[in-house]
Design a binder for this molecule. Structure first.
Ligand code: TTP
Ligand code: MG
Length: 408
């Protein structure tokens, strides 16, 4: 068996992560359908427990629809700091298993496991030990784990047996194993591409594997050869050591649509404050800022820009976010205003000293506010200009901050 495993890559992904944390912390929620998200018709469900998924509820589904599908579900507001804390516990377990851990989001990572058979045994034993260690470290949370010889197949495998999955796909069986799976399992095939593939007569990964590569290229461009390679379980990418979340975001679905620039700016201001606080707490700086607006007919518009220097200063994030508003050519109204800081890097101390020559004053002030917010809650200090503006801030739906929000 060892001979057929030139590389061993594991992918671990927590089951119904936010919902599972809520059930862990409140035993009365265990075994019951729960939705994590706003307790209103507006906004989307962030995730649902598997008990609720039986009724068809999915992540990112509008809350109203989810409640119609599963009226008995209990709605729980999100507690992002707690999820972040649990995420850190899980990532620490991953670090015990491999020096090369690539975090993809708050609840999933690739682990390079090649060469560690002498410590953990073969792939199946590695997977079992990893699941056990996560359950033990978190006090009962379940991860689904996939193992194979490539990142792509390991990731598909971890999703395959969910929930509580452990799927081992030996590399020399990977092509046959992938063949019956639907093309939605091709990495990078979004809804539009899936429709194109179906139109071309491909419904399974095996269909793609047996196509003429020239035909795929001709019809789909370079992505055609990418899909062809994946369908043959070819994926040379290494597990990149990466711990940073890709972005820190703050989204607000509003109870009342906004269109005045001052109102939009007020929301961006609040998002920038929250994002800045989160960055500082985690010792990250961001290279880029992205603003997202959702129109009243649910169209999502995003604009983004790189900063001249990375920052964790809310004033700087806000200035970049507000200037991006000039690039949206839509009159509104908007039902959601969101902002994210992306391309995050961890700060070391020297860099920290260099960075804040400019923003030093803002940063000192914001750090002082962090201390107060930590003790008394985030709304203890409002900027005077927020209070003097007539805005819709008082009528906010629950804030949907999340790390690695994948805003657009
Ligand atoms: P996922 O791993 O995609 O979903 P999940 O862990 O809830 O369920 P499973 O993996 O068993 O299918 O996302 C991890 C968490 O990220 C999820 O619990 C909630 C959050 N999330 C959002 O905030 N918005 C989203 O659109 C998605 C998909 C997830
Ligand atoms: Mg998950």
């Amino acid at each position: 068996m060892q001979r057929t495993w030139r590389r061993i890559i594991a992918h671990a992904d927590m089951d119904a992560f936010y919902a599972a944390v809520e059930q862990l912390d409140d035993p009365s929620l265990r075994g019951r359908p729960i939705l994590v998200g706003p307790n209103s018709e507006r906004g989307v469900v962030l995730t649902a427990s598997y008990e609720a998924r039986r009724f068809g509820v999915r992540s990112a589904m509008p809350a109203g629809k989810a409640r119609r599908l599963c009226p008995q579900a209990i709605c729980v507001p999100p507690r992002f700091d707690r999820y972040q804390e649990v995420s850190e516990t899980i990532m620490a377990v991953f670090d015990d298993f491999s020096p090369d851990v690539e975090a993809l989001s708050i609840d999933e990572a690739f682990l390079e496991m090649s060469g560690s058979e002498h410590i953990f045994g073969g792939p199946a034993s590695m997977g079992r030990k990893l699941k056990d260690a996560i359950r033990e470290a978190t006090g009962g949370l379940i991860a689904s784990v996939g193992l194979s010889g490539t990142k792509y197949v390991a990731k598909v495998a971890s999703g395959y047996g969910k929930p509580d999955g452990l799927t081992v796909v030996p590399p020399d069986e990977a092509v046959d194993w992938l063949a019956p799976l639907p093309i939605s399992r091709l990495w990078g095939a979004g809804p539009k591409t899936q429709v194109r593939l179906i139109d071309l007569g491909f419904s399974t990964i095996g269909d793609v594997a047996s196509a003429e590569p020239g035909f795929l290229d001709e019809r789909l461009g370079s992505v055609g050869s990418h899909f062809y390679a994946l369908s043959h379980a070819q994926d040379p990418r290494r597990v990149a050591k990466r711990r940073t979340a890709k972005s820190v975001g703050s989204d607000r679905t509003l109870n009342k649509d906004v269109f005045r620039r001052a109102d939009i700016c007020a929301h961006i201001r609040r998002s920038a404050d929250r994002i800045g606080r989160r960055l500082r707490r985690k010792c990250y700086v961001a290279h880029g800022v992205r603003v997202k607006l959702k129109t009243s007919d649910f169209k999502i518009l995003t604009r983004q820009r790189m900063l001249s220097e990375p920052t964790d200063v809310a004033d700087t994030l806000y200035a970049a976010g507000a200037s991006l508003l000039d690039e949206f050519h839509h009159p509104g109204p908007f039902r959601l205003v969101g902002m994210a800081a992306y391309d995050l890097v961890r700060l070391n101390e020297q860099k920290q000293m260099d960075l804040f020559a400019d923003g030093a004053r803002s940063r000192r002030l914001e750090s002082a506010i962090d201390g107060l917010a930590e003790r008394f809650g985030p709304d203890v200090i409002r900027r005077a200009r927020d209070l003097t503006q007539s805005t819709t801030l008082g009528t906010l739906a629950p804030n949907l901050d999340f790390i690695d929000s994948g805003l657009g």
